[in-house]
Ligand binder design. Structure first.
Ligand code: ZN
Ligand code: ZN
Length: 95
């Protein structure tokens, strides 16, 4: 028990058992479907329940961490690909 607890303090985070807003949908509970927008060819009309938080807007911290981790891995792979493409461009470009 902390003496700092003030039930009338708006800043006090009192959503017991809930994690921070889902990193996939920023707490909206919905994400753009991959086909997205006007030409949506799935049946979600451009939006679907967030696959990370199942539309709750709050992801389980363990799941959120896993998502962030796989996102970091993806970024690392993409950066590597960019660098390789850049290097190839340079090889070609120096005429
Ligand atoms: Zn769609
Ligand atoms: Zn979400």
């Amino acid at each position: 028990m902390s003496d700092d607890y003030d039930p009338f303090d708006d800043d006090y985070y009192d959503d017991d058992g809930e994690g921070p807003p889902c990193p996939r949908c920023d707490g909206d509970g919905i994400v753009n479907c991959y086909c997205g927008g006007d030409q949506c060819y799935c049946e979600n009309h451009g939006e679907k329940d967030c696959p990370l938080c199942y539309g709750e807007g709050v992801a389980d911290p363990a799941r959120a961490e896993k998502y962030l981790e796989s996102e970091r891995e993806m970024m690392a792979v993409m950066r590597k690909a960019w660098k390789e493409a850049e290097a190839k461009d340079k090889e070609r470009g120096d005429d």
